[in-house]
Design a protein around this ligand. Structure first.
Ligand code: PGA
Length: 280
C-alpha cells in the first residue's frame, strides 16, 4: 500500500500571519499521533517563515504554493526556492490550475520549476487536470497526459520518487474565477477512479511498473470531510490536496483521520525501508 498524503493549499485566503500560525499549531497538535499519513500545509508566502518555525519538530510539514525556477535575480514579485528552504519547506505545489489558467503558466515554465525543486531535494506536488469543456469534448486523457509529459520533461527515474501528482479536475475546484458558468462539485468516485488509473497507466508506460505502483496520486477538487472517505477508499487515490476545507482545523482534521483510519484498516501494509513507502 502506498502511504497517504494530505495537503492543505491555503491559496490567498489567510492573510494574517498570527492567524496562520494559530491554525497550523492547532493542526500540528491534533496530528501528534497520526503516523500513517504525510500531512503538509501551504500558507501564503508572508506566513511561510513564521508557520515553518512554529511547526518545525512536528508531524505537520510545510509546503510552498509556487516558486520561481531560478534561485536569485531581478524578478519583481517572485519567490525563490531558497526562501522556501529557509522557511523549512519540504514540498512545493506546482502547476496548480489557478497558476496555469489564471496566471498563464505553461508546461515549459512548470517543467523548469519542477526541475529546480528536484535539484534542491524538495518534493514537487505536480497538479494536473482538465476543464469542464475539455471533459465534455472527450479530451480528459489527452489534456492530462500532455500536462504530465510537458511538466515532467527530463525528470529521471530516480528523481520521480520525489514527485507527487495531484489530479485536480478544474471543474471540481471551488473557484468561481476558474469555473464562472458551472455548478462546482467534486468528481464522483467513478470519475476520480478512472482518471487516477489513467494517470498511473501513463507512469507505467513512461517509467515502468515499479514507479507506476509506488507514485502517489492524490485527488483535489472540493474534497471535504463528507466525501473524503469514499474517495480515499479508491485504489488509485493516495490522498488529497484540499483547498477550502483545509482552512480550519475543524474541517481539515476529519480528512486526515479518514486517511489514517483507512491505512490502519489495511492488514497487509508493510513498511519498505528502501523506498520509504508502505507496500502490500
Ligand atoms: P478546493 O481546492 O478544495 O477548495 O476545491 C482544491 C485545490 O485547488 O487544490
Amino acid at each position: 500500500m502506498r502511504r497517504f498524503v494530505v495537503g492543505g493549499n491555503w491559496k490567498m485566503q489567510i492573510s494574517q500571519v498570527e492567524e496562520a500560525v494559530r491554525i497550523t499549531e492547532n493542526i500540528a497538535n491534533a496530528i501528534k499521533n497520526i503516523s500513517m499519513v504525510d500531512v503538509f500545509i501551504a500558507p501564503s508566502f508572508n506566513a511561510l517563515y513564521s508557520v515553518g518555525k512554529s511547526i518545525s519538530n512536528t508531524n505537520l510539514k510545510l509546503a510552498s504554493q509556487n516558486i520561481h525556477y531560478l534561485e536569485q535575480g531581478a524578478f519583481t514579485g517572485e519567490t525563490s526556492i531558497l526562501s522556501c528552504i529557509n522557511a523549512g519547506c519540504e514540498y512545493v505545489i506546482l502547476g496548480h490550475s489557478e497558476r496555469r489558467r489564471i496566471f498563464g503558466e505553461t508546461g515549459e515554465n512548470i517543467n523548469q520549476k519542477v526541475l529546480k525543486t528536484l535539484e534542491k531535494g524538495l518534493k514537487a506536488v505536480l497538479c494536473i487536470g482538465e476543464t469542464a469543456k475539455e471533459r465534455a469534448e472527450g479530451r480528459v486523457k489527452e489534456v492530462n497526459q500532455s500536462q504530465l509529459a510537458g511538466s515532467l520533461k527530463g525528470v529521471s527515474q530516480t528523481q520521480i520518487e520525489k514527485i507527487i501528482i495531484a489530479y485536480e479536475p478544474v471543474w471540481a475546484i471551488n473557484n468561481k474565477f476558474l469555473n464562472p458558468d458551472i455548478e462546482i462539485k467534486p468528481a464522483t468516485p467513478h470519475q476520480a477512479s478512472e482518471a487516477h488509473a489513467m494517470v498511473r497507466d501513463w507512469f507505467r508506460q513512461e517509467y515502468g511498473d515499479s514507479i507506476a505502483n509506488s507514485i502517489q496520486i492524490i485527488y483535489g477538487g472540493s474534497m471535504n470531510q463528507k466525501n473524503a472517505e469514499e474517495l480515499l477508499k479508491i485504489d488509485d487515490i493516495d490522498g488529497g490536496l484540499i483547498g477550502g476545507a483545509s482552512l480550519t482545523a475543524k474541517t481539515f482534521l476529519p480528512i486526515i483521520r479518514s486517511a489514517e483510519k483507512l491505512s490502519k484498516q489495511d492488514p497487509e501494509y508493510e513498511w519498505d525501508s528502501n523506498t520509504l513507502r508502505f507496500r502490500k
